[in-house]
Structures are given as structure tokens and as C-alpha cells.
Ligand binder design. Sequence first.
Ligand SMILES: [Zn+2]
Length: 243
Amino acid sequence: MKVLPSKISNLESSLSATPLLSIIFNGNNLKFIALLLALALAVSTLLLLPFASLLPASAQTAEPQNNAPKDAEKVAFKTTYQKGAKLFQEKKYPAAAASLAVAAQSPLDDGEAGILLGYCFYEMHQYQKALEQYKKVSETGKLISVKNRAQRLAATLSSYMKGICPGNCLKPSTPGWRKMDVPGKPDRLVWMVFPYLDPAGKGGSEYWSNDHMGEVIEYVNGRPINKGPCPLCSGTGKVSLPK
Ligand SMILES: [Zn+2]
């Protein structure tokens, strides 16, 4: 029993000491080793418990303490977002905007609160602010679907603000107008060419002139079809926003 340390505090260094190791590997002192291990366990428990009790409460409960602000942030975000959405449905736009502006600032917003804030500005006829809001979400939104939606909203609103129909009707601003020599048609006309391939793979094109401004040409089964006056602008090519 001479390797058993007289002082408990020496136990740890003794455990790694060569004489002890040689005893262990001898395999003849199993009872002694078991006793030693039990003692070591008891000592470590005795040493650790008082130590733990000396730690400040915050250190002992470090994880829950760190999660608490996150949970609080989630609840705060959800609350302001839902409040804003409810106020928006009730058409209380200034109050809704105030709530949504807070929600949109949160890193927890995937962009939906930001878009809804844009809707509020739109409803309040603050179009420039609405446009800026959509553009912001199109860049900073957390979901690609939300970013894309914000981008489409920005493009549509931007077009409306310029008074140009955002639909796919023929407009002076549509790229591709060209002069063409079309027999029997006056020189003043410009033309838009719509190419197509027939099922046999043979190509062709159809043309519509600027006499068809405001009409929608769409491909149906691979062929360009004139669908008539644009439903968005009633065939005028022009739109306006509520003042
Ligand atoms: Zn249109």
C-alpha cells in the first residue's frame, strides 16, 4: 500500500506516476486498482461539487441564458409582424407601417414584413417609398422566392410610376420595332416581328405594326397570336397610379 498517497491532493499526480502504472499492468492488483479508482472518483466528485457551487448562477446555466434573448427576439418579431399584418388588413396603413417597419428591421424577417411595409406605402400613395422598400427586399430578402417577388413588384411599380403599362402589350418602349418594306403597307409604319417554328421545324414569322399598339401578342402552341387589347391598360399602353 505504499503507492497510495497519504494526501488526497497528491492523488492525481500519483495516478500518472510510473510505479502505479507498473502495478496496473502487472494485473495482480485488481482489488487495489478498483479501490484506487473509486477513491479517485470520490475525490474528483468532492473537488468538483464545491467548485461548481462557487460558480455564479449565470455560468452554471450558460446555455438557457444565451437562448433566452433569441426566444424573446422571435416572440417580439412575430408579435410586431402579426400586429402589422392585422392593421394592414384593417386598412389602418400608417399604424400598420409603424409596426412593420420594426418587424422589417429584425434579422428574423425573411423579407415578407419588408414587402408588406411596401404595400402600406403603396396604399398611402407613397410610391417612391414603396419602390425603395421593394428594391431593398429584392436585395436583402432571406428567401429567393421573396427576393424574386420583391423584384417583380419593384419592376411593376417602377413602370406604373413612369405611366407605362407593365403588361406585355405592344408599346413604343417595347424593344424591336423596325422599318420594313411590306407590300401594300404605308411607309410610316414600324413593325414588330414574331418568329415561330411550325411542328415540322420550318420557320416563319408574323408581323404586327404600330397600328396595333396596346394589343397583346402571345405565343399559343408555338405560334404568335394577337389576343387583342391589353387588359391592364385597356390597349392604351399607358397606366396611372391613384393620386
Ligand atoms: Zn398594357
